[in-house]
Each structure stands twice: as C-alpha cells, then as structure tokens.
Design a protein around this ligand. Structure first.
Ligand code: ZN
Length: 429
C-alpha cells in the first residue's frame, strides 16, 4: 500500500498517453483524420492530461463542465476542479466537424500530431462567454468592480488576453495523447511524469511532501520557504514550470541551473527533488494556486507551498488571496459526498518572507518584530529587474552561486526587456 496521497478524483492516475503498439496504430490513423491546430496552452494541457497530471480529466471540458467550474469550482459530476480546461477552434473548423467525429490535434510549431479526440460536443464561445470566464477566473481582490477590472485587464492581464483571443468555438471530448513533444528530451532529468515522481517519493520512504511552484529563478525567499517545508515534511518537490512564459521571464534551462546550484550548496540533497512540468502560466492567481495544488496531488504531494501573491500578475489579486481561497472552495468546510472528489492536497501557507538585518537572517512578518528599513525585501521580479538593468544586487538578496548563473545569462542577452514592477514586487503593498 502506498503511503502517498492518492491522485485527485478517486480514480487513480488517469493516463491518456498511448504507448507501444497502440501508439503506433493511433499515429497511423491520426494522419487520415481532420487536423486541428492547437494553441501552446492547449498543447500543455494535452500533455498533462496524457501523463495523468490532470487526473481525473481524460479530455477537454463540455459546456456544462466549463460553466460549473467557473461558477462552483466543480466538474458537473461534483469533482473539484478550479480552472477551465477547454479546446478552442475556429468557426470554420467547428462547421467542418461533426459530433462523434474523430479529429487530430496538431502542434503547429513542431508540426506534430499531439493527440486524437472523439468530439463529444461543440459549443460556441461568444464574447459574453469569454468575458464571463475572465470575470470568474481572473477577477480578484485587486479590483473592486467588474468595470474597474475590465479597465485594466484587457491591456495588462496576460491571462485575460489569452482567453479573449481564443477562437469562437470549443470542442469537448476524450483524448488519446500521442506525444509529450519536446519536453522529455529538452528537459531530460527535469521533466517528470506523476508516476515517476511518485516512484521516487516511495523509494525515499516519503509520505508528506510539499511542492514548491517556481517560474522565476529560485532566490533566498524560495530557499527559505523550502527549508520551512523540509522542517515539517518528509521532503520538498521543487517543481518548475517549463512551458511558455511572458517576455522578460527567464528561460527554464537557466532556472534549472540556478536550482541545481542552490540544492547542491545549501540543501541536504536527499530532502529535495527537482522536477519540471509542461504547462504555460495562466496568471489566474488564487484559482491557479488551486490548480497547482490539484496537479501536485497527482504528482504525489500532500502540501502546496503558498506564499505571497502566488501565480499573481500586476496588482490584480490580494497578497494572500491565493491562501484564503483554500478556505472557500467546495468541501473546505463541508463533508465531501464521495471519496476523492475533494481536493486533498492542503496549502502550506507562509507569510511574506525577507532577510532582516536585525534578526540577522531570513524571517517573516510572523517572526520579525523589526521595521521596514531593517528588511531586504526579496522578489523574483525585483531580482530580474536589478540584474537586467545594472547587475547590482543588494547583499542577502541572492546566493552568489545563483547570481553568477543569472549574470552570465543577462550578459548574453542582445535585446533588453523592460521589467515592470507592481505593488507585490516593490514591497509597497
Ligand atoms: Zn527582524
């Protein structure tokens, strides 16, 4: 019997990635099917569905699931799920496809068939539907009204922009995934399937594992969060996003090198495991924190580290809204009607952390009684800004072994990217 947390949904890992003879046959068949080009976000979602990262999902959502997820954080069968996982297609494609038909889903960038899908439903996504989804998924405590939200969201919220740019129809149905694209080779040793991380956790005899979500280079604050988790759990899974990011973000290869340097020099190596996952950021703040916990449960993690402004963007979300949302989701305070339908991975909530000169070490608002001027506020965005502009970084902001790698990266950049600071990154909030 495994001591690990079971995968979400109560059905084990739902693997839709084909292998061996079945894969070969499906690939042959796919060539003769109607080809539909997918977006980078859909490509990431497909791989996660394939490897069981999105268990219990086995395909793209129907309109009923989409609506229920937006309104109630639940699939229509009552299983917890925090964000829509939908497949958008053009009106021309939708008109040419019948319900019941099998289609092939193609990654236009690599010109590779990623999956086949049996279309169970097609439904229009009107402007009003998209706006509805945006308000439900992306509107946080940072804006008071929908009017205020829309005034800045269309210009400044990459998640909203992504949804509004989606094509006019959605197709729903179960998928058979045929490829993990570039990830297994490009990120060899880092890219991991849930079955693989679970196996490693079991070999190490771990049962309580905390996941750390990373999309920025790991700095002192992340190191501190990890160490708090190591103190109270069996181990930590440092899990980096290796899908697409915004302009100005640091590529995954560089971030992985930074984590390696930190782990090698500042951690007890067998208390941490590094891995990568193939999703793009959705920038959905609190909802995305819930998604992070959901798929980490599938990877075998019982706790999700949630710090300040988790998965946030600009000033759209409250600083700790990604923590408090865990108290408001279905089954947070009521009993779950069926085993497996509730989210089991619990948040490990940690307050704002920083280096304090008077404390002479890392601390948080819960442990440090000193003043603002005694503290070195650490944020990934700030670090990127400092490095891209001057290369000068205040003491205690980063570890030397990590800064060397980052400076080398910035020195090699030919094009400068302006990095905007918002409330969360400036320390003004
Ligand atoms: Zn202090």
């Amino acid at each position: 019997m495994s001591k690990l947390i079971p995968p979400h949904g109560g059905k084990g890992l739902t693997i839709c990635l084909l292998e061996g003879a079945a894969l070969k046959a499906e690939k042959e068949k796919a060539k003769g099917l109607k080809q539909v080009q997918v977006s980078p976000r859909v490509k990431g979602d497909l791989i996660m569905i394939g490897i069981g990262g999105f268990s219990p999902l086995t395909g793209f959502m129907t309109k009923a699931d989409w609506k229920s997820v937006c309104d109630k954080f639940l699939l229509s069968d009552g299983t917890f799920w925090p964000v829509p996982v939908t497949l958008d297609v053009s009106k021309a494609d939708a008109d040419a496809i019948k319900v019941g038909q099998e289609i092939a889903l193609n990654d236009p960038e690599r010109k590779e068939i990623m999956a086949t899908m049996k279309v169970a439903e097609k439904y229009a996504m009107t402007e009003a539907d998209k706006r509805y989804e945006c308000e439900k998924i992306f509107m946080g405590e940072g804006t008071k009204t929908a009017q205020e939200f829309w005034k800045i969201a269309e210009k400044d919220h990459p998640g909203v922009q992504m949804v509004m740019k989606q094509k006019e129809y959605n197709l729903a149905g179960p998928v058979k995934v045929l490829s993990e694209a570039e990830y297994p080779t490009k990120y060899a040793g880092i890219y991991m399937r849930p079955s693989e991380s679970r196996k490693i956790f079991e070999q190490r005899g771990w049962s309580e594992i905390a996941a750390l979500q990373l999309r920025n280079p790991m700095h002192r604050s992340h190191e501190y969060l990890c160490k708090i988790a190591v103190e109270v759990c069996d181990g930590v899974f440092i899990h980096s996003l290796v899908g697409n990011l915004k302009r100005g973000d640091i590529p995954a290869e560089v971030r992985v090198k930074c984590i390696d340097a930190l782990v090698k020099n500042y951690f007890v190596e067998d208390k941490v495991l590094q891995g990568g996952y193939p999703l793009d950021m959705r920038y959905a703040g609190p909802r995305e924190a819930l998604l992070h916990a959901t798929f980490r449960q599938n990877y075998g993690c019982s706790r999700m580290i949630i710090g300040r402004d988790h998965a946030g963007v600009g000033d759209f979300y409250g600083m700790f809204e990604a923590q408090t949302i865990f108290n408001k989701i279905p089954y947070a305070t009521t009993a779950c009607p069926e085993p497996g339908k509730a989210l089991m991975c619990r948040p490990l909530k940690i307050d704002w952390t920083f280096y304090c000169v008077k404390c002479d070490g890392m601390a948080s608002l819960r442990t440090c009684p000193h003043k603002k001027e005694d503290r070195v506020l650490l944020s990934g965005t700030m670090l990127r800004k400092l490095l891209s502009e001057s290369g000068k970084v205040p003491d205690h902001f980063g570890r030397d072994e990590v800064l060397v790698i980052l400076r080398e990266y910035y020195a090699g950049l030919t094009e400068k990217v302006e990095i905007k600071l918002h409330g969360a990154a400036t320390g003004q909030k």
